[in-house]
Design a protein around this ligand. Structure first.
Ligand code: TYD
Length: 207
């Protein structure tokens, strides 16, 4: 009998070092013979990638921003995530709905009830099986981002206070759902983080 795949999300502030660890995890899962799909939000579909371009590049009202995040997410779920999970594929996503609570609700001050309503519309029954939250003081995240030299997008150009609120919102969600979240001290060396992630999977007897 075919079983459902697992849904794993990576969250955290810009500059926390998720990308390297996503690559390592996907490699490790595939080495165990699992079928793995690696994707991201906003994005993950041709339409989602167009919406991403607008979201990262154009000024807009916060309600518009939240609705476009969820519009991209609806498409992503329907076209990519749900069919993959149903086929037994493991899905690893760089960000999902926790990011909307952290950035739009925490960072921008969107009323949480609006985000609740969008979540209830777009994915009333689906939650990640595991969310790895990369936690880092905003000053350190900012230093890492300026060191990498890439042109900052609309979110990355935000002030320190914005990232303090994003971080607090993420940590509050992790506190409320300790079984789903695993919080990682992202100030550690990449190798130590990779080991920590491997041990999370072993504890759950997923690997
Ligand atoms: P990300 O892919 O992490 O950026 P990068 O390619 O620079 O590593 O995420 C893009 C940005 O979108 C990031 O700053 C967070 C923001 N975002 C939200 O504000 N709300 C959301 O729901 C999502 C999914 C992302």
């Amino acid at each position: 009998m075919k079983t459902f795949g697992r849904f794993i999300t990576f969250e955290g502030m810009d500059g926390a070092g998720k990308s390297t660890q996503i690559g390592l995890l996907v490699e490790a899962l595939r080495a165990h013979g699992l079928d793995v799909l690696c994707t991201r939000e906003p994005g993950g579909t041709p339409l989602g990638e167009k919406l991403r371009e607008a979201l990262l590049g154009m000024e807009m009202n916060v309600d518009t921003e939240a609705m476009l995040m969820f519009a991209a997410r609806r498409e992503h779920l329907a076209a990519v995530i749900e069919p993959a999970l149903a086929a037994g594929t493991w899905v690893v996503s760089d960000r999902f709905t926790d990011a909307t609570y952290a950035y739009q609700v925490g960072g921008r001050g969107l009323e949480a009830a609006r985000c609740d309503a969008l979540e209830a519309w777009v994915h009333p029954h689906l939650k990640p099986d595991l969310t790895l939250l990369f936690d880092l003081p905003p000053a350190l995240a900012a230093a890492r981002m300026s060191a990498n030299g890439a042109e900052p997008d609309r979110f990355e150009r935000e002030q320190r206070g914005f990232f303090e609120r994003v971080r607090a919102a993420y940590l509050e969600r992790a506190r409320r759902e300790p079984m789903r979240f695993h919080v990682i001290d992202a100030a550690q060396e990449p190798r130590a983080i990779a080991q920590e992630i491997a041990s999370v999977f072993k504890e759950r007897t997923w690997l």
